[in-house]
Ligand binder design. Structure first.
Ligand SMILES: [Cu+2]
Length: 302
């Protein structure tokens, strides 16, 4: 009997060690992913509030870890310490304790309030589109996006559709292996170009069904609804210029998976240059191209 007890306690110790090792390696993996998108944790992102969202997420995560350690610790300790083989006898007298009930109500309420205050602050910040420096109208269509610049970019507008490389590969019996296509289904012909370090406001709507504009690295996602204008803003941190990709995340019909979002973030100087080029191209397009016919030039009496 004694040897059975001994082997049982060594098994329990082994199991506890395994659980502790498992939790330890998970925490290490989570900690290692604190600054990257490694497939385990959320991406940190490249905008002010994507980082705020990430910090909030980590704060709540560690609160949950703390709760889990305390609750499971107490449970495991009680199971091991007060087991029958050690002579523990069940207390059948204590069936109610008002003091305990008050404690286990107040503590979670305090924890919830501690989590709710920074979360509410972050939500208010996300919704505050005032003082934006560049506004862009974004319209969802089945299955493409239209971008129309306002403010300094007034007059510049274009459609952003799935890149031909992806479009050819996605066709039935195309014979093209999608794994060979760069950024398969995440590439467009005309990406949205925005400056870094600038508060960019998007005004989202739709011409047909409900779409949703989403770029994970911006921590930004908003639905585009026909007849409504939804607002969204983001400010890419200077130094994080580059290409960022996302997708339409509303089930908007047959080709829902084929209307990606690609944003080309440039420095304010490069963006200004791009704006100038676009405006020059617009002017050129608007200018009369054909010369008036010779007969018109030589009308007698003119
Ligand atoms: Cu869509």
């Amino acid at each position: 009997m004694n040897s059975l007890c001994k082997s049982l306690s060594s098994m329990q110790a082994g199991a506890i060690r395994q659980v502790a090792l498992g939790i330890g390696s998970f925490l290490l993996a989570t900690g290692a992913g604190a600054n990257t998108s490694n497939g385990i944790n959320l991406p940190v992102g490249v905008t002010e509030f994507s980082r705020e969202i990430y910090d909030l997420h980590m704060e709540v995560f560690w609160i949950c870890v703390g709760i889990a350690v305390v609750v499971f610790g107490a449970m495991i300790f009680s199971l091991v310490k007060f087991r029958r083989s050690q002579g523990a006898v069940a207390d059948t007298q204590m069936v109610h304790s008002t003091k305990v009930e008050i404690i286990w109500t107040i503590i979670p309420v305090i924890i919830l309030v501690v989590m709710a205050i920074p979360a509410a602050e972050a939500i208010l910040k996300i919704e505050d589109t005032r003082n934006s420096e560049l506004s862009i109208r974004v319209t969802g269509y089945q299955w493409k996006w239209q971008y129309q610049y306002m403010d300094a970019g007034e007059g510049i507008e274009f459609f952003s559709t799935l890149a031909e490389s992806s479009n050819f590969a996605r066709q039935l019996k195309s014979g093209i292996d999608p794994n060979t296509v760069r950024n398969y289904l995440l590439e467009v012909d005309h990406p949205l170009v925005v400056p870094s370090g600038t508060k960019v406001r998007l005004l989202l709507t739709s011409q047909d069904v409900i779409h949703a504009w989403w770029v994970p690295d911006f921590g930004a996602k908003r639905t585009a609804i026909p007849g409504f204008v939804n607002e969204l803003w983001f400010k890419v941190i200077p130094g994080k210029e580059g290409i960022y990709r996302g997708q339409c995340v509303a089930l908007c019909g047959r080709d829902h998976g084929f209307m990606p979002v690609v944003v080309d973030v440039r420095t304010p100087e490069e963006f200004k240059k791009w704006l100038g080029e676009q405006k020059a191209a617009l002017k050129q397009a608007a200018a009369p191209t054909a010369e008036p016919p010779k007969s018109a030039q030589l009308l007698p009496g003119t």
